[in-house]
Ligand binder design. Structure first.
Ligand SMILES: Cc1ncc(COP(=O)(O)O)c(C=O)c1O
Length: 399
């Protein structure tokens, strides 16, 4: 039987997805779905979006062959350099696309959630460019650990609202943003930053991020004479960089898709955010998906050293990919991610975001053949994580 990885009209990938929201919010999501359908393939929308991706974001981002990673892993390793995007991560691809849509829908104010602050900075940037008012909800815990991104958002003119409920991280920030949208749907556009939430967000975010895999195919053809790699590896929080990196390879079954999720302090401790490995099927933020189990919640979860992966669920498309065996999952601990980040920094002079470092660590857990071509999405740069890297620098002998 051929597998189907496209979204159904109701927003499902297999059993995952949908729009499980209260009546008041259902009107908002339906209105958004109508406008998304209306504009996404509109030539004028696409022309404006593509021009911004090129001249403002700096796309296409390079596909860089790391000689040292290649010899370390005994295959060809390419890095898709989303860290070189304007604002330092892939998040801007989605933020600009949705901000253009919000403009067309006549929104007065944008609200967004953020964990690592990268989506917050990307949204505040898009709002500055397009003259939109911007409010970013951020967990109080994340405000401390991603301080430099908070300052950037403020300088860009965005209001950063601290969320003090629950674990004071991304999960609670999404709740707060959904509440704000529900309270004033006429004037507010909720610009969600990952491939999570009620339909149409997961599909819309994956489509806006699919430029990543579109470029990978064309670049690999030019650089290696073939369009298909053997592996595509990406880290996963909610799944925006992963779905964007996989999107144009979903039906190419010879391409192995690998998701690196946050193993935190180790799965056995319950202190992790490994919802694909340890989760159950439940509704989270309006979508039926894989969510951390009750036991992990009792252990105080979710937890990750990386704010962008510190989320109790994933988007419905990655959940479906794992459920059907189309993608494999590798949990990575904090320590493995830190070591992989220091390793790339010392070998190639590239300091990756802590999130992306999880994908780098996954390379150590896979067996490659010398002829294999591996593309790893380096989703962001590590400037925002400098304090964490310095805090743990004794691992590389720096006191
Ligand atoms: C650099 C970077 N990579 C990855 C992620 C994880 O998000 P997603 O799974 O949506 O790509 C984040 C989230 O903030 C991030 O900042």
């Amino acid at each position: 039987m051929t597998q189907n990885f496209t979204v159904s009209p109701e927003g499902y990938y297999g059993q995952f997805g949908g729009a499980h929201v209260p009546e008041a919010l259902l009107k908002c999501t339906q209105n958004l779905a109508e406008n998304y359908r209306r504009y996404i393939d509109d030539p004028e929308f696409q022309a404006e979006y593509r021009e911004l991706l090129k001249d403002y974001v700096g796309r296409p981002t390079p596909l860089y062959r790391s000689e040292k990673l290649s010899s370390l892993h005994g295959c060809s390793v390419y890095l898709k350099r989303e860290d070189l995007c304007h604002t330092g991560a892939h998040k801007i691809n989605n933020a600009l696309g949705q901000a253009l849509l919000a403009k067309r829908m006549g929104a007065k104010r944008i609200v967004a959630e953020t964990g690592a602050g990268q989506h917050g900075v990307a949204t505040a940037t898009a709002c500055a460019l397009l003259n939109l008012e911007c409010v970013v909800y951020m967990g109080a815990e994340d405000i401390v650990r991603q301080h430099s991104n908070v300052q950037k958002m403020r300088l860009l003119g965005a209001k950063v609202e601290a969320v003090t409920e629950g674990s004071r991280t991304l999960e609670n920030a999404v709740d707060a943003a959904l509440r704000a949208w529900c309270d004033d749907p006429e004037n507010i556009y909720y610009l969600l930053g990952s491939a999570v939430g009620p339909h149409p967000f997961p599909d819309m975010v994956a489509r806006l991020q699919s430029v990543i895999s579109e470029e990978m195919r064309a670049q690999l053809l030019r650089q290696e004479g073939r369009e298909l790699p053997d592996y595509v590896v990406a880290c996963i929080g909610g799944g925006s960089n992963a779905t964007g990196s996989f999107f144009n390879f979903l039906d190419d079954l010879d391409v192995t898709l690998v998701l690196a999720e946050a193993g935190g302090k180790g799965l056995i401790t319950g202190k992790h955010a490994a919802s694909l490995t340890c989760g159950e099927t439940r509704v989270l933020h309006g979508a039926n998906t894989m969510v951390l189990t009750h036991e992990d919640e009792l252990a105080g979860g979710p937890y990750s050293i990386s704010a962008g992966l510190d989320y109790p669920g994933v988007g419905p498309l990655p959940a479906h990919l794992v459920d059907t065996g189309r993608a494999m999952v590798v949990p990575i601990t904090d320590e493995q991610a830190l070591d992989a980040a220091y390793e790339l920094n010392r070998m190639d002079g590239i300091l990756p975001a802590l999130e992306s470092a999880h994908a780098l660590a996954a390379l150590h857990k896979l067996d490659f053949k010398p002829t294999d071509i591996v593309i790893l999405t380096l989703s962001g740069r590590g400037d925002k994580d400098l304090e964490t890297y310095l805090l743990h620098a004794d691992r590389i002998g720096i006191g």
